[in-house]
Design a protein around this ligand. Structure first.
Ligand code: ZN
Length: 99
């Protein structure tokens, strides 16, 4: 999923900004000020940062998602690159093996 789909699971207070960042209500704590920053890293992964200090794992869990969802676009891109090199690959969430 991309950042747009990711924030659809959250209550967006502001965004996207010019650099594609969103400010959302953090689902992992009683958030009154919208302290969760969500953006996209240079490599395509989704970046999540709660200003109140919540662990990213807790945020993702509270959204009903998996940590792997943060990397799904990154993995898709890596798999496409591997498929150009290898004839058969096996993808198991974050474990990518080549044969
Ligand atoms: Zn939080």
């Amino acid at each position: 999923m991309d950042v747009k789909e990711f924030v659809s699971y959250l209550r967006v207070a502001k965004g996207p900004s010019s650099n594609g960042e969103y400010l959302c209500k953090c689902p992992a704590h009683d958030d009154r000020t919208a302290s969760l920053c969500v953006g996209t890293g240079a490599d395509g992964r989704i970046l999540v940062k709660c200003q109140a200090g919540c662990d990213t794992r807790d945020v993702v869990k509270a959204m009903g998602l998996k940590m792997a969802d943060l990397y799904s676009d990154l993995i898709k891109r890596a798999v496409n690159d591997l498929q150009r090199t290898y004839s058969l690959i096996y993808v198991d969430t974050l474990n990518i093996r080549t044969f």
